[in-house]
Design a protein around this ligand. Sequence first.
Ligand code: SAH
Length: 204
Amino acid sequence: MRAARAQGVTDPRVLEALRAVRRASFVPRELRNEVGYDCAIPIGRAQTTSQPSLIGLMIEALELGPEDTVLEVGTGHGYQAALLAKLARRVFSVERISELAQVARLNLSAQGVSNVEVVTGDGTLGLPGFAPFGGIVVAAAFLRVPAPLAAQLTPGGKLVMPVGNGGGDLVKVFEKHDSELVELRVLCGARFVPLLGANGFEVG
Ligand code: SAH
């Protein structure tokens, strides 16, 4: 929380969400004593959960309202989804690794989070059945925004995504203007895992 503020998070709703959601409930049991540090933590299957200050900056940039429906691509163990659940009315989160999606469902329900739907699948396709979304956040990096995600964003809505090859990425904020996605700014540099899928890197 202090780290998030130091990194420039100012939105009181986001700071309150960071205070209220226990990160320890969303990392593997044996790494729970690491949660006090503002560092990334491995969650298994070669994936990581980012440091809370970075997640805070990314979700603040979505500028969500309490009535919004939001899409997250890359659920992991569900930490960011739990934060989003406090800021939006409904959260859809897609995870390609079913084992992680299942852990996220259990973690979220253990914390009493009831407005998040975790879907196993390829998030680079979005979720056309539940679109449009007032905001979209992608937790893995690719060279460009997958076209279906741009298409499923409400006009005026923000999309936040690390752009790069997964390793040295720029977290960018985009906004939908009419039917076009416009890049607004670079939020920060970061290292993300690669976005794998039909509109991402090829699954090897
Ligand atoms: N949001 C998580 C961090 C997830 S790490 C948190 O709050 O801790 C990134 C996740 O993206 C990984 O779990 C990885 O499996 C997932 N991922 C990568 N490509 C994906 C895709 N095309 N669709 C859905 N999930 C994807």
